[in-house]
Design a protein around this ligand. Structure first.
Ligand code: DQA
Length: 147
């Protein structure tokens, strides 16, 4: 099983960026944690991060062509307004689980709307970096059930 863990804008700054909201751990630390999970669950997880909308869209298309079984995606602020990313998810045949580190529902009003959710399998919010791990478990379960 091959999973893509995709992170959008400003998530390269994890650990330094507003640590009171996003925590003190970096993306590299998350990647290290996932190296252990790959063994535990016998899955391959590739990491990719970009600050650019078009690059994320190319990556979604690419993930479909290179036969990823699932995508765990934190689209950052694009979540709230990128119809282009939403359309890219709708266009591919790979299931996407949306992840947000913070609880977007308790923050500014603009963060409550996700244009990504209607084309995603589900959304995990508010559990910090552990949300990515929850998403991995949920994705494996979803794929194995063959929905
Ligand atoms: C975020 C929430 C978004 O509103 C914000 O723009 C981010 C991070 C999160 O993981 O909590 O960049 O997606």
């Amino acid at each position: 099983m091959k999973i893509l863990l995709l992170n959008g804008p400003n998530l390269n700054l994890l650990g330094q960026r507003e640590p009171n909201i996003y925590g003190k751990n970096s993306l590299e630390e998350l990647q290290k944690r996932f190296a252990k999970l790959e063994e535990e669950y016998n899955v391959k997880v590739d990491f990719f991060q970009s600050n650019h909308e078009g690059v994320l869209i190319d990556q979604l298309h690419e993930a479909s062509m290179t036969k990823y079984n699932g995508i765990i995606f934190n689209p950052g602020a694009f979540t709230h307004y990128s119809y282009a990313i939403r359309d890219a998810i709708a266009a591919i045949d790979v299931p996407v689980i949306e992840v947000h580190i913070s609880n977007v529902h308790t923050r500014e009003a603009f963060r409550r709307e996700s244009v990504i959710s209607p084309v995603s399998v589900g959304q995990i919010v508010g559990f910090g970096l552990y949300g990515y791990e929850l998403a991995l478990k949920a994705m494996i379960e979803y794929i194995l059930r063959g929905e």
